[in-house]
Design a protein around this ligand. Structure first.
Ligand code: NDP
Ligand code: OXD
Length: 319
């Protein structure tokens, strides 16, 4: 008798697979959890859980029923031409969402309250107060990408008092937050934005969207002395040469970047030492193996009980 395929293949590069293996083995004790390093029968694999898997490495699994992304972003999967046609499911997890909102609120407040300026002054022993301190309500934050992460961040920024708006592909409705949709409303959104927070997915449509043309359409009359960019979406959204030029020319006042065209950010990148740039190492919202593996095990249990998968990626849209 042929055994029913039941194994889960963990395909991870860039992260330590050990905590994921431990979690999945604990949560799904009755099935094999294998990695690309193990020898296994491709026909035994029913599910794959991936983070930046080697392109092509998920091909040739005839019984695959679902591919789980271990992170919120799915560009690493959608961009693989050798990906099997099984549904792609992403992690939507409260823990990850809250971490991202912490990052966004922290960095908006750092720019509002001139935290970077005071840190630089402290390093030089300078006691000097800026008398022009705007209130949060006088600062317009615009969030590009008003999905799970952007929506939560928008609500939390609103609680802090910021004047918040969001832009997405389709119209979103959020209490107390002005929303803009599509290319037709992008100009109006940018023209009322002092701090641009980017939480878009990387797709063919969004690649390179953070460029000189867009920076030039941001508000010039804000209380912070120039527009500020915070990108925690994906590095492929930004043109780093344009960010540096915009900072040089004053089109941007500052940039806080968690994601980069090349990661890790190469030591030779001028972004490292630019006085108006804050670099964080793509850790705005790390996937927590405990929370994400539990969410995936829950999807598997529900699927095997006959329920539909949730949080499926639309392959046509690419997110
Ligand atoms: P969602 O899919 O929930 O939301 C994506 C949002 O972007 C939606 O509002 C969507 O519009 C909008 N969007 C997509 N394409 C376009 C477009 N062409 N024009 C306008 N709006 C568009 O994703 P999440 O909020 O969960 O995650 C967003 C991204 O954050 C991830 O894809 C990932 O890249 C990044 N991320 C970064 C992390 C980090 O640590 N730095 C951690 C986790 C995620 P609509 O509402 O109409 O669908
Ligand atoms: C994610 C990420 O997509 O960590 O979850 O960037």
């Amino acid at each position: 008798m042929t055994e029913r395929p039941d194994a889960l293949l963990l395909a991870i590069t860039d992260w330590d697979p050990t905590p994921w293996l431990d979690r999945f083995r604990r949560l799904l004790p009755d099935r094999a959890i294998v990695t690309g390093e193990d020898s296994f029968d491709p026909a035994s694999i029913r599910y794959a859980a991936a983070w930046k898997h080697r392109p092509g490495s998920l091909a040739g699994l005839p019984n695959l029923e679902a591919i789980f992304s271990l992170g919120a972003g799915v560009a690493h999967l959608v961009g693989d031409p050798g990906l099997p046609s099984a549904p792609i499911l992403r992690v939507v997890d409260r823990d990850l969402t809250e971490r991202m909102s912490e990052y966004v609120v922290l960095h908006c407040l750092m720019h509002l309250r001139k935290g970077w300026t005071y840190a630089q002054r402290q390093a030089r022993g300078i006691w000097e107060d800026d008398d022009d301190q705007p209130a949060a309500r006088e600062v317009r934050v615009g969030i590009m990408g008003l999905g799970v992460l952007g929506g939560d961040a928008a609500c939390k920024l609103k609680v802090m008092g910021f004047d918040v708006a969001g832009w997405s592909r389709s119209r979103r409705r959020l209490n107390g937050i002005a929303t803009y949709a599509g290319e037709a409303e992008l100009d109006a959104f940018l023209a009322r934005t002092d701090i641009l927070v980017v939480l878009l997915p990387l797709t063919p449509e969004t690649r390179g969207v953070l460029n000189a043309g867009l920076f030039g359409r941001l508000a010039r009359d804000g209380r912070l002395g120039g527009p500020i960019l915070i990108n925690a979406g994906r590095g492929g959204l930004q043109v780093e040469a344009d960010i540096l030029a915009a900072l040089r020319e004053g089109t941007l006042k500052a940039a806080t970047l968690d994601v980069f065209e090349t990661e890790p950010l190469p030591p030779s990148s001028p972004l490292w030492s630019h006085p108006a740039v804050q670099v964080t190492p793509h850790n705005a919202a790390m996937s927590d193996p405990g929370a994400s593996a539990s969410a995936i095990a829950g999807q598997i249990r529900r699927h095997e009980a006959g329920e539909a998968f949730v949080n499926a990626v639309d392959p046509g849209r690419g997110y």
